[in-house]
Design a protein around this ligand. Structure first.
Ligand SMILES: Nc1ncnc2c1ncn2[C@@H]1O[C@H](COP(=O)(O)OP(=O)(O)OP(=O)(O)O)[C@@H](O)[C@H]1O
Length: 305
């Protein structure tokens, strides 16, 4: 089985993490099994408290599992991190406010013995223009970009990002992902935790949905959307008789919403129903929509609980 592991960037086996305080016991991660292949871009998606950060912390060797095992590039996570083959952009933590952006990047580059990467990384992460600014004067989004730059310095095989765009506005977020797209080429494995369904949808080929410490769905991001079968068709119908008849078209049809003669139907076979609406029931102004990842997520989380 060793040959299999060799191609995996991250392998989580029977992973559990329980936090015990004097009054409570929180099972933050409850039996996660996950294999992430080299070169994959994976979103860990889930609401607050799903267990994403706890999982990421264990992948980085920042905390130990209560039970189960973490392997990163076939190594113990702490070894993988200290060798510079894995790095991370975390939500919290340590930038020194009094140093300038360039000084910060230089110090960390020196630590990794990669001083030659300073200029290229500054350029790529859009920091060259603010090189002399003190970190404490940088906006939240700029500080995230500094952390991103620091993570890129060792030229890691695996990059882990815990809500990397927190604190960024829409423009900054877009620029960040454009840079990430460039970084994703060349076989780098990227794993990012996010609340934003849109970020998973736009960027990750694979999405792992977490809820209540468990993986509730895992698959190609596009497949996940298809998991919730069916479509919504909205149409305007000429009269009440047509509405009644349309509902009888097949047993999967139901009315999700209604505003006067404008009806939102849910149905399994949207092509056949659309044809019937137009030709048999005199409907007009049809709109057909597939469920969003958000719908899929709400549905799956409901099913899991
Ligand atoms: N050190 C800790 N002590 C006690 N409970 C903790 C600790 N860290 C996390 N938890 C709890 O574990 C659960 C999972 O938290 P975690 O931060 O992993 O979720 P998350 O999916 O990353 O959420 P968010 O998106 O809000 O960051 C939560 O109920 C949280 O309160």
């Amino acid at each position: 089985m060793e040959t299999l592991n060799r191609t995996e960037a991250v392998t989580l086996t029977g992973l559990h993490k329980t936090f015990t305080t004097s009054r409570t016991k929180v099972e933050a991660v409850r039996g996660v099994e996950l294999g992430i292949e080299t070169g994959q871009i994976v979103a860990l998606l889930g609401p607050n408290g799903a267990g994403k950060t706890t999982t990421v912390d264990m992948i980085l060797g920042l905390s130990q599992p209560t039970s189960g095992k973490v392997e990163v590039l076939g190594l113990d996570p702490r070894k993988a991190v200290s060798s510079g083959r894995v790095s991370a952009v975390m939500q919290t933590g340590g930038l020194l406010r009094d140093m300038t952006v360039l000084e910060t990047v230089r110090v960390i580059a020196a630590m990794h013995q990669r001083p030659e990467r300073v200029e290229a990384v500054m350029e790529r992460t859009g920091l060259s223009g603010i090189a002399k600014r003190r970190v404490g004067k940088c906006s939240g989004g700029e500080q995230q970009r500094i952390k991103f730059a620091l993570a890129l310095l060792p030229d890691p095989d695996v990059l882990i990002l815990d809500e990397p765009t927190a604190g960024m506005d829409v423009m900054a977020r877009r620029e960040f992902w454009a840079t990430m797209h460039e970084e994703a080429t060349g076989g780098r494995t990227i794993i990012f935790a996010t609340h934003y369904l849109e970020e998973a949808q736009n960027f990750a080929e694979r999405t792992v949905l977490m809820s209540g410490g468990r993986v509730v769905a895992d698959g190609a991001t596009e497949e996940l959307r298809k998991l919730i079968s069916g479509r919504t068709i909205s149409a305007t119908l000429p009269n009440e008789q047509a509405v009644v008849q349309a509902q009888r078209f097949d047993p999967s049809i139901s009315i999700a919403e209604r505003n006067g003669q404008r009806i939102w139907f849910k149905c399994a076979d949207s092509d056949a129903f659309a044809r019937a609406l137009l030709s048999d029931y005199g409907a007009w102004d049809l709109e057909i929509s597939a469920p969003s990842l958000e719908d899929a997520f709400i549905q799956l989380t409901k099913d899991a609980s």
